[in-house]
Design a protein around this ligand. Sequence first.
Ligand code: KIV
Length: 271
Amino acid sequence: MSVQKEIKKITTHTLQRMKAAGEKISMLTAYDFSFARMFDSAGIDVLLVGDSASNVMAGHETTLPITLDQMIYHASSVIRGVNRSLVVVDLPFGSYQSNPSIALASSIRIMKETGAHAVKLEGGEEVIESVKSIVSAGIPVMGHLGLTPQSIYKFGTYNVRAKEEAEAAKLRRDAKLLQETGCFAVVLEKIPALLAKEVSESLDIPTIGIGAGKHCDGQVLVMHDMLGINTEFKPRFLREYLNLHEQVTTAVQAYISDVKTADFPSNAESY
Ligand code: KIV
């Protein structure tokens, strides 16, 4: 008789318990079935189907062009590779900002058509009615403050945010507001480590940092950056765990050479 080990799935409640227990949360982006399956079986806690797919999968300069249909395609591929991780899907630009009913309709499409577990959106007070409406429908929402790439044309640069007191004060207020409105976690992107520490300590819900220092309750990186697929992007906060660009280039060059010299396929590789 085979005894199947029961998989303990990560839920939004697991993340709350991890924060309370001081256990850090690991989160990575994923956009397809094969990587999602590897990351899930490696033990990642949260997979984010980020709208960074617009950059790393589609080659756009910003996250703005990706559509809701395209996010749904990526998210349903990711979900098919996952057994244990919590899967969060970005609401893309234009799918939630205009009014709360549109935000709810977009979130319902993501939940129904992909089987994902939660949505993420960018902003604080400006989008709070949308957060309220999505949470009221029973859909878990992750917030995202600090550098919010969907507003890149307002910011003008990808520099560190909330260095000035007025912006830091707004971020503190927004973080509290997102928590009060029912968000289960909030991403803090590219803000000073001390501000992220203060916000993390002031909230009951977990903070997930990217370029926000070590005191956040968890960390997230874009998979293409941490695996060294992207060679042009080297911000200070990024730790590269592989140089896949080099390894893939070497492997492909070896394959080309084997084909050109008729070394591949060998007799053993033929029928
Ligand atoms: O889209 C994304 O990859 C993100 C992370 C950078 C947090 O939002």
